[in-house]
Design a protein around this ligand. Structure first.
Ligand code: NAD
Length: 477
């Protein structure tokens, strides 16, 4: 089958409404994970470019064309971006929230006191740094860019060096729709060179980060030196618990596959630990093996591709190492575990199921970020809950059962920010997204996503003409 020829535009950094060459003129090659060939390059920003972008963002906030806009005016830009953009729904959604913000900017608080009038202001937080990962590059960026602009912040986006192309195209769209210069700046480049200076920059008011736990710790540590607020959307090792009362085994099998193998398992909320009631375990696994045969593994640009490559050679080696360590620790590779034979090039890994797992194994505990599902069985509900929560992470959990009351008991028991009943992974812009424990804190999406970029200010006005009378007035001494 012919694979479409994709032309990668050659871009610079997007700063102050225009394309600018990085100060040090460095560039990073883009390697296609499907072919292992160099298909283009991106500019590599450094500290010097961060300084220029932060100044541009500060100027945007001080100018009327951005700093004094109403939510309704900003909504127009967001809708214009949506009209040209693949992640339109998020921009449309936050356009609505920007408009709604106008009536919530100033909220009176009635103290039932004659001598005071008070209100609360919701203001843009200022200049915000948005640092995002490669797994859904434009979507992860949009979950932060759209609410930050809706709130009226000026933003600097630092996408992952492994997947920056679509984010740079967002820059071109912003230029085309006339977004005021500096409102959004896009700095591609390496984490330590372009991301770290953004985190420690004294004129960046907040960092919103999505990425790995290890980088999250570095960001929180650096931001703490300036008492800079952060939100962290980190990794996971999410469970999917399947009970024997499910009506339709195939439906549960399909959600289990989708929950772990969609996007080749490179999903922070992937339900990569299957916790299966013992009574249906062998039948369920047999069905999984049948369904897996129908997963088309190919270049993602080919029609009907259901499993593409891992993003980079480094990540590919990491996934294979997880699988071989599981084998060394005594687990069984029920299927997969290797490069698919028909894919001679590219970083492809077969959908892999691992059984005979115990809770001390690395494969049970650590996020693989590849198409690898590990399986444990349980007899009782208590045992299932204990296994589900047996993780340092707390992003998502799924339960498959027709017993609604049981599902509700699990809702309380799961120690995660996202819970799916009889499905896994469907994600909606209106709902809060984020985790607890080592999966981080703060929420993207929904109205919670907007709150991330707002500063709450209380205003207290003394309205009485009477003296305060805490001290004695000199006239009365
Ligand atoms: P990563 O931590 O390697 O990189 C994320 C971003 O941080 C990149 O832009 C990178 O350049 C930058 N970075 C790296 N070092 C930095 C530093 N010292 N200072 C500032 N920035 C730095 O993560 P990744 O490999 O791109 O993404 C995969 C991870 O993201 C997985 O762990 C996954 O679970 C997580 N993730 C979480 C969510 C969520 O919503 N919770 C969503 C998607 C991905």
């Amino acid at each position: 089958m012919a694979i479409p020829n994709v032309r990668i535009p050659s871009r610079q950094l997007y700063i102050d409404g225009e394309w600018r060459e990085p100060v040090k003129k460095n560039r990073i090659p883009i390697i296609s994970p499907a072919t292992e060939e160099i298909i283009g390059e991106i500019p590599a920003a450094t500290e010097e470019d961060v300084d220029i972008a932060v100044e541009a963002a500060r100027r945007a906030l001080a100018r009327d064309d951005w700093g004094s806009t109403t939510g309704a005016q900003r909504a127009k830009y967001l809708r214009a971006i949506a009209a040209k953009d693949d992640v339109a729904a998020s921009f449309e959604y936050y356009a609505d929230l920007a408009e709604a913000l106008d009536s919530k900017r100033k909220t009176p608080v009635d103290l039932h006191l004659d001598s005071f009038k008070t209100y609360v202001l919701r203001e843009p937080l200022g200049v915000v740094g948005l640092i995002t990962p490669w797994n859904y590059p434009l979507l992860m960026a949009t979950w932060k860019v759209a609410p930050a602009l809706a709130a009226g912040c000026a933003a600097i986006l630092k996408p992952s060096e492994l997947a920056s192309i679509t984010c740079l195209e967002l820059g071109e769209i912003c230029r085309e729709v006339g977004l005021p210069p500096g409102a959004l700046n896009i700095l591609t480049g390496l984490g330590p060179e372009a991301g770290a200076p953004l985190v420690s920059h004294p004129h960046v008011d907040k960092i919103a980060f999505t990425g790995s736990g290890a980088t999250g710790v570095k960001i929180m540590t650096a931001a703490a030196q300036l008492v800079k607020p952060v939100t962290l959307e980190l990794g996971g090792k999410s469970p999917i618990v399947v009970f024997d009362d499910i009506d339709n085994l195939d439906l549960a099998v399909e959600w289990t596959l989708f929950g772990c193998f969609a996007n080749a398992g490179q999903v922070c909320s992937a339900t990569s630990r299957l916790i299966l009631q013992e009574s249906i375990a062998s039948e369920f696994l047999e069905r999984l093996l049948l369904w897996i045969k129908n997963i088309k593994i190919s270049d993602p640009l080919e029609e009907d591709c259901k499993l593409g490559p891992i993003v980079s050679s480094g990540q590919y080696e990491k996934v294979l190492k997880f699988i071989s360590k599981a084998k060394d620790e005594g687990a069984t590779i029920l299927c997969g575990g290797e490069r698919p034979q028909h894919m001679k090039k590219g970083y492809y890994v077969q959908p892999t199921i691992i059984t005979d797992v115990n809770t001390s194994m690395e494969i049970w505990k650590e996020e693989v970020f590849g198409p690898v599902l590990c399986v444990k069985t349980f007899k009782t509900e208590e045992e299932a809950i204990e296994l589900a929560n047996d993780t340092k992470y707390g992003l998502a959990s799924a339960i498959m059962s027709k017993d609604v009351e049981r599902c509700e008991r699990f809702t309380k028991a799961f120690q995660t920010g996202i819970i799916w009943f009889n499905c896994s992974q469907p994600t909606f812009t209106q709902l809060p997204w984020g985790g607890r424990k080592r999966s981080g804190f703060g929420r993207d999406l929904g109205e919670w996503g907007l709150e991330n970029y707002l500063n709450i200010k209380q205003v207290t006005q003394y309205t009485s003409v009477e003296p305060w009378a805490f001290y004695k007035s000199p006239s009365k001494v």
